[in-house]
Design a protein around this ligand. Structure first.
Ligand code: C2E
Ligand code: MG
Ligand code: MG
Length: 700
C-alpha cells in the first residue's frame, strides 16, 4: 500500500471507530437502569392501584346481582393479570432489545477493531522495514559524505560544483592552493574566476558549456589555461556532469579539475619529435603533409617547390659526413630566414627539402621570389676557412593544375626537379606536362630494357680506328646497338644512362665484353688478324669490386691477347669514385690491357687527375673538334691537349672525323689515330669481315 493510501485508510478506520463510539454512547445514554426499574415499578403501582380503586366501582355499576358480581370479579382478576402481563412484556422487551443491540454493536466493533489491528500490525511491520531502510540509507549517506570529504581533501585533482541558478561556484581549497591562492582570495562565483583565465579561453569554455547544456554532448569537458599566483599560466582539464530538473534545465554542474601542464609539455615535446626535423629544426614531411591536406580543403591555388642539394654526396666523400651535415643545416637556415611567412620549408629526407607557397598567383610572381632565394643559395658557403660553391636544383608544382593529391603534386615537383638536374642543376623549373611524358618514356624504357637483356636484343657494331699516317685499320671500337622490336634502333646515348641507373648496365657490360672478345677470336680465326678491340665500360662497372672480379675472370677465361684489348672509360664515369676507378683500372691494366680516356674535353677536362689515373690513350671528343675552326683561335686548346698528352706518353685518338679537312688538320697536329665517318661508320661484324677480307687479299 502506498503511503498516502495508508494514511487515508487509517483516517477512515479512525472515523468508523469514532462513529461506533458515538453509537455506544447513545446506547449507553439510553440504558438507565434506575429509571427503567422505577418506570416498571411505578407502572405496576399505578395500574394496580387504579385497578383496585376503580374496578369494583365499575363492577357495581354493571351489575347488582351477587352471582354476576362474583363471576365478573373472577374475570376482572384474569383481566388484570393479562393487562399487567402485556405491560411487563413491552417494558422488559424494550430493555432486553436495547441490551441485544448494544451486544451486537460491541461484536461488530470488535470485528472492525480486529481488522484494524491486523492492518495496523502489517503497517507497523512495513513502517519498521521502512525505518530500517531509512536508517541504512542514512548510514550510507553519512559514509558517502565522509568519502566525498576525503576525496575533496585528499584528491590531487580539484573538485568543483557550480550552482547555475545562484552562480555559486564551489572549488575545493586544495585546488586554489595548488594555484598559489588562499581559499578566501577568490570569490566563489564564476565571475570571480573569470579574470584568472588565459585571454580567450573563457569564451571557448562558454561555447563548450552551451553545447553541453543543449545536450549536444554527454559530458562537459574542456582544456584551458588558468593563471597561477606567480603569473604563470597552467593547463587545466575539467570535466563535469549536470543535475537536470524535470523540465530538462540544468540546475548545477559538478566535476573535477586536473592540472595537466606536465602532460601538455610532454605533448609539445612529442610534437617537436613528431613534426620537426631534428637536424634542422624545420618541419618534417608529416607536418608538411598535414598542412597540405588542410590547404587542399581550402580550394585555393598554392605551390610546392621541391629542392635537392646538388652533389651533396661529393661533399660527403671529399670532406666527410659532418661537413655535409653542416651544409644541410646552413641551407636550412637560409630557407628559414629567407622564406616569407606563412610560407615555410620542410626537410623530407637527406638533401631533399620542400617549400610550401601558400598563395600562388602566377609563374612570374613566384619566379621573382625564387630568383631571389636562389641568388642567396648560390652565394659561396664558408666552411673550414674555404669558400665552397654549392648549388641546388628545384622543381615547382602548382595546385590544383598539377595534381589534386599530395602524392600527385610531389611527383610533378620531383619530375620538374629531375628535369632541372638534367638541364645542368643550379636552378629551378616549373613542371610541364611534357616532362611527365619524358618520365613515362624512361619508365617504359626501363621495362623494355629489362626484357631486351633477357631476350638478347642487342648487337655489337664496330667502328674502325685508323693510323693517321698509314691510314690502316689498327683497331675497332665495339659500339652497342639495341634493335627494339617496336621502336627500332635505340641509341646507346638514350639507354645506357637508364641502364646505369637501374643496374642493368652490369649484365649489359658483361655481354658487350664477352661478345667483343668472341668476335676478336673469330677474326683471328678467319683472317689470322691480330686487331685491337676497344670496349666501352661504364664507370659503375669499374668502381664495383665484384663486377671487376667477374670481368677479370672473363678476360682470363677467354684467353684473348690482353695487349689487343682496350677499355674505354669516360671522365664523368671515373668521377663517380676516383679512388675506386683508379683501383679498377689498375687491375685491368695489370693484365696488359690498354686504357683509353674517352670523350676527353667534354667533362672535367682536368689533366691533373689524368696523371693520377693509369691511362694509355686519350680520345679527343668530336664535339671538341666541331667547336674549333680549323686554323682559328681555338685550335690553340686542341694543340695544347695533344702536346700535353704526348708529354704524358699518351697516344692521341681524334674522334668524329667527318671531313678531309678535319683529317688533315689532326694529322698535321700530330694525332696518332683517327676515328670517324670520314674513315668508317660503325658497322656490323659481317660488313667488317668484307673489309678484312679485301685487306688480307690485297696483302697476299
Ligand atoms: P663513344 O664511345 O664516344 O662512341 C663514339 C660515338 O660517336 C658512337 O656513337 C659513334 O657512332 C659516333 N661517331 C663515330 N664517328 C662519328 C662521326 O664521324 N660523326 C658523328 N656524328 N658521330 C660519330 P654511338 O654508337 O651512338 O655511341 C654513343 C655513346 O654510347 C658512345 O660514345 C659510348 O659512350 C656509349 N656506348 C656505346 N656502346 C657502348 C657500350 O657497349 N657500353 C657502354 N658502356 N657505352 C657504350
Ligand atoms: Mg667510346
Ligand atoms: Mg667518344
Amino acid at each position: 500500500m502506498e503511503d498516502s493510501g495508508k494514511k487515508e485508510w487509517i483516517i477512515d478506520k479512525y472515523n468508523k471507530i469514532q462513529n461506533e463510539y458515538q453509537n455506544f454512547s447513545g446506547i449507553r445514554d439510553k440504558i438507565r437502569p434506575e429509571i427503567g426499574a422505577l418506570r416498571i415499578s411505578i407502572t405496576y403501582l399505578l395500574v394496580g392501584s387504579l385497578w383496585i380503586l376503580l374496578s369494583d366501582i365499575v363492577l357495581d355499576m354493571l351489575t347488582s346481582s351477587e352471582e354476576m358480581y362474583k363471576e365478573l370479579q373472577i374475570y376482572k382478576g384474569w383481566f388484570y393479570v393479562a393487562i399487567t402481563g402485556i405491560i411487563f412484556f413491552f417494558l422488559i422487551y424494550r430493555v432486553l432489545n436495547l441490551y441485544r443491540q448494544s451486544v451486537e454493536q460491541v461484536l461488530k466493533s470488535y470485528d472492525e477493531v480486529n481488522i484494524a489491528y491486523e492492518e495496523l500490525t502489517i503497517m507497523n511491520e512495513e513502517l519498521t522495514a521502512q525505518y530500517d531502510e531509512a536508517d541504512q540509507q542514512r548510514d550510507a549517506l553519512m559514509l558517502s559524505e565522509q568519502r566525498y570529504q576525503l576525496i575533496v581533501d585528499g584528491a590531487s585533482d580539484g573538485i568543483w560544483d557550480w550552482d547555475l541558478t545562484n552562480d555559486f561556484y564551489f572549488v575545493s581549497d586544495k585546488w586554489k592552493k595548488l594555484f598559489g591562492y588562499e581559499p578566501s582570495e577568490i570569490r566563489d562565483t564564476m565571475l570571480g574566476w573569470q579574470e584568472y583565465f588565459y585571454p580567450g579561453d573563457f569564451e571557448k569554455i562558454k561555447e563548450i558549456l552551451v553545447q553541453y547544456l543543449r545536450k549536444e554532448t554527454d559530458i562537459f569537458e574542456a582544456t584551458y589555461r588558468l593563471k597561477h599566483k606567480n603569473g604563470e599560466y597552467r593547463w587545466v582539464y575539467s570535466r563535469g556532469k549536470a543535475v537536470w530538473n524535470q523540465e530538462g534545465k540544468a540546475l548545477r554542474i559538478a566535476g573535477s579539475h586536473k592540472d595537466i601542464t606536465e602532460t601538455k609539455l610532454m605533448e609539445e615535446q612529442l610534437e617537436i619529435f613528431a613534426y620537426y626535423d631534428q637536424m634542422t629544426s624545420l618541419w618534417n614531411r608529416i607536418r608538411f603533409e598535414q598542412e597540405i591536406q588542410r590547404l587542399m580543403k581550402r580550394q585555393k591555388s598554392f605551390a610546392i617547390v621541391n629542392l635537392d642539394i646538388d652533389d651533396l654526396k661529393e661533399i660527403n666523400d671529399m670532406f666527410g659526413q659532418e661537413i655535409g651535415d653542416e651544409y644541410i643545416r646552413y641551407f636550412a637556415s637560409i630557407l628559414n630566414e629567407q622564406i616569407k611567412k606563412p610560407d615555410f620549408a620542410a626537410r623530407f629526407s637527406g638533401d631533399q627539402f620542400v617549400i610550401l607557397i601558400y598563395n600562388y598567383n602566377n609563374e612570374k610572381e613566384l619566379s621573382f621570389y625564387l630568383d631571389y632565394l636562389f641568388s642567396i643559395i648560390k652565394r659561396p658557403w664558408k666552411t673550414q676557412g674555404t669558400d665552397i660553391l654549392m648549388t641546388v636544383s628545384g622543381g615547382v608544382a602548382v595546385y590544383p593544375e598539377h595534381g589534386e593529391t599530395l602524392s600527385q603534386m610531389m611527383q610533378k615537383a620531383e619530375i620538374a626537379m629531375v628535369e632541372q638536374k638534367e638541364k645542368g642543376k643550379n636552378g629551378y623549373t616549373f613542371f610541364q606536362p611534357k616532362m611527365y611524358e619524358n618520365t613515362l618514356k624512361i619508365i617504359r624504357l626501363n621495362t623494355r630494357l629489362r626484357e631486351a637483356v633477357y631476350k638478347s636484343e642487342f648487337q655489337l657494331y664496330y667502328q674502325p680506328q685508323v693510323d693517321l699516317v698509314t691510314e690502316e685499320i689498327v683497331g675497332v671500337e665495339a659500339l652497342i646497338r639495341w634493335n627494339d622490336p617496336e621502336e627500332g634502333f635505340i641509341s646507346p646515348m638514350d639507354f645506357i644512362p637508364v641502364a646505369e641507373k637501374n643496374g642493368l648496365i652490369v649484365p649489359i657490360g658483361y655481354w658487350v665484353l664477352k661478345t667483343a672478345m668472341e668476335q676478336k677470336r673469330e677474326w683471328e680465326r678467319l683472317f689470322n688478324l691480330n686487331i685491337k678491340v676497344a670496349v666501352n665500360m661504364s664507370g659503375y662497372c669499374i668502381t664495383d669490386d665484384i663486377v671487376m672480379e667477374h670481368i677479370c675472370q672473363m678476360i682470363e677465361e677467354m684467353g684473348v691477347k690482353p695487349e689487343e684489348l682496350e677499355i674505354e672509360v669516360t671522365e664523368t664515369a671515373v668521377m663517380i669514385d676516383l679512388d675506386k676507378a683508379k683501383e679498377g683500372l689498375e687491375r685491368i691494366r695489370s693484365y696488359g690491357i690498354t686504357i683509353a680516356m674517352d670523350d676527353f674535353g667534354t667533362g672535367y677536362s682536368s689533366l691533373t687527375y689524368l696523371q693520377r689515373l693509369p691511362i694509355d690513350i686519350l680520345k679527343i671528343d668530336r664535339e671538341f673538334l666541331n667547336t674549333i675552326e680549323i686554323g682559328g683561335q681555338d685550335s690553340y686548346i686542341y694543340n695544347s691537349v695533344i702536346e700535353l698528352g704526348h708529354n704524358m706518353d699518351l697516344k692521341i685518338v681524334a674522334e668524329g672525323i667527318e671531313t678531309k679537312e678535319q683529317r688533315d688538320y689532326i694529322k698535321y697536329k700530330g694525332c696518332d689515330m683517327g676515328q670517324g665517318y670520314y674513315f668508317y661508320k660503325p658497322m656490323p661484324a659481317e660488313s667488317l669481315n668484307q673489309i678484312f677480307q679485301n685487306q688480307s687479299s690485297k696483302e697476299v
